[in-house]
Design a protein around this ligand. Structure first.
Ligand SMILES: [Zn+2]
Length: 498
């Protein structure tokens, strides 16, 4: 099923050997460089960086500012937006049942569209927490996402979902089923079992390693502690210690999750996760909105990275993550879009701005957030959670040639000082329309602002056409979905989760 991407030609054709730009921002903290030539080796790494005379840079090159490629540390590969199928933004707990409105679509198309859109917003590496459409077809879905990563050419960490408890609500399902109209009780009870076991997931991952390639690596993804049994979390912690594979988990995204966790782990929720060995430098936690200050410090101490997803937290009414506490504890913080950017445009550059401005409060007890830390999260820290320590995330000889060229002339078009502040303009104004080129491992992915490895407009139309057809031929059972949403709402109103 599905549409094949346009031929991309042999990889050699898209390799960039040399580029010249007017400015280079080598990292979040380094000083800006002037006109520069960057040479890229056949190994996809930076071979040389040298200053060039202003006259040796063409007007088109002089416009550009080169930075390391951006990283999106938490996402789900939503080529088809949730708004496209009518899942309206609301609190996470009632939003999740709405996702059942999504028609069945080709996992390749869905992922390729998502990855190509991200590439056009300057993202060279992404975490992909996979949402299965058909649990029985997970292996085939993983293969499709691996192909999409290869074709688009950005790096993808595929987080393999382990989900084996608490469907629908956190806590006893009976309390929610009681709130349903009688006609739906059997249907919901019937969907409450049949999870892939931890052992089945481990065996499938063994097979899925065949899909790994330079731009596609598998990670363990216990979806969240409330959705994975304690034994599953422990088994994953142990497997990761043994094989070094990274773990990615949603953690304390909403207040109801916090309340459930406090009720169910009297020894302390984070203390439990620590005792079973889950908290390590190999772990990324997404959201962490309801983390307490001492827990931020514990995560810092264990070397855990937190991916904050501010747009998503706003759209799903989760609250704001404790960014100040995380940064003062020196917890590594990365940024993710969660497929839910504020304007539903998957624009990583705008997310930087949203994060910076949401936490800028000039008050004694709220030191404003250092913008370089936010940029560092998007350049270096997020990258580590996807690719490990590969020497990337900055522009230096020997580092992977994962590079983003922005139209600095457009960013600074109204500057009257003659010495525009690159950092202020990048964080204050940049958006996807300023992306000119994206290079990943020396390969040109985006040129003139358009993804060149696949035909994004063609893939988008194919995806939407396919989704419309599937929606028409097997429309969602809206009465059932609404019934579940109102029972879920009543369950939490009655405080049955704690
Ligand atoms: Zn998520």
């Amino acid at each position: 099923m599905g549409v094949q991407p346009l031929p991309v030609g042999p990889p050699g054709e898209q390799m960039v050997q040399t580029l010249r730009v007017g400015r280079v921002l080598p990292s979040a903290t380094a000083a800006l460089l002037g006109p520069t030539q960057v040479d890229i080796g056949d190994d996809g790494r930076i071979a040389a960086i040298r200053p060039v005379a202003e006259g040796d840079v063409s007007p088109d090159e002089a416009r550009l500012m080169l930075t390391p490629a951006l990283c999106n540390a938490h996402d789900h590969g939503r080529g088809l937006s949730t708004l496209a199928f009518g899942a309206v933004d609301q609190a996470l707990e009632t939003w999740l049942p709405d996702l059942a409105r999504q028609p069945k679509i080709d996992p390749y198309l869905n992922a390729a569209v998502a990855f190509a859109r991200l590439a056009e917003s300057g993202v060279g590496a992404v975490n992909h927490c996979h949402n299965t459409q058909d649990g029985a077809a997970l292996l085939a879905e993983a293969e499709a996402v691996s192909r999409a990563a290869r074709d688009v050419g950005i790096a993808v960490a595929f987080a393999w979902p382990f989900f084996d408890r608490n469907p629908f609500v956190y806590g006893p399902l009976a309390g929610m089923i009681d709130q349903l109209p009688a006609a739906y009780r059997d249907a919901v009870a019937g969907r409450s079992g049949g999870f892939r076991t931890c052992a089945q997931n481990m065996a499938l991952i063994e097979q899925a390693t065949a899909f790994e390639h330079a731009r596609f690596k598998i990670q363990y993804h216990p979806v969240a502690p409330q959705w994975a049994q304690d034994e599953t979390l422990a088994a994953i912690a142990e497997a990761s210690t043994r094989d070094g594979r990274r773990i990615h988990i949603h953690l304390l995204e909403t207040e109801r999750q916090r309340e459930w966790a406090d009720r169910h782990y009297p020894e302390g929720f984070l203390a439990f996760l620590d005792r079973i060995g889950l908290l390590s430098p190999r772990l990324t936690v997404a959201h962490a909105v309801w983390l307490r200050a001492d827990e931020c410090a514990l995560l810092a101490d264990r070397g855990v990275t937190v991916s904050i997803n501010l747009s998503s937290n706003l759209r799903l009414r989760s609250g704001l993550p404790p960014l100040g506490a995380l940064l003062s504890a020196q917890t590594p913080v990365a940024l993710g879009l969660d497929g839910m950017s504020l304007d539903d445009d998957q624009d990583m550059l705008r997310e930087l701005r949203l994060v910076q401005n949401s936490f800028a409060r000039p008050a004694k007890n709220h030191p404003s957030i250092d913008p370089t830390l936010i940029l560092d999260g998007a350049l270096r820290i997020g990258r580590r959670t996807i690719l490990g320590d590969d020497g990337g995330g900055h522009i230096a000889v020997g580092a992977p040639a994962d590079l983003l060229a922005l139209d600095f002339a457009a960013l600074a078009s109204d500057d009257i000082t003659g010495a525009p502040d690159a950092m202020a303009l990048l964080l204050g104004r940049a958006q996807r329309r300023h992306v000119v080129r994206l290079i990943v491992a020396g390969r040109e992915i985006v040129a003139d602002g358009r993804c060149r490895t696949v035909d994004l407009p063609a893939l988008e139309s194919a995806l939407i056409e396919q989704a419309r057809l599937a929606y028409r031929t097997s429309p969602p059972d809206m009465a059932l979905i609404r019934g579940i949403q109102s029972a879920v709402g009543a369950y939490y109103e009655a405080d049955l989760h704690r």
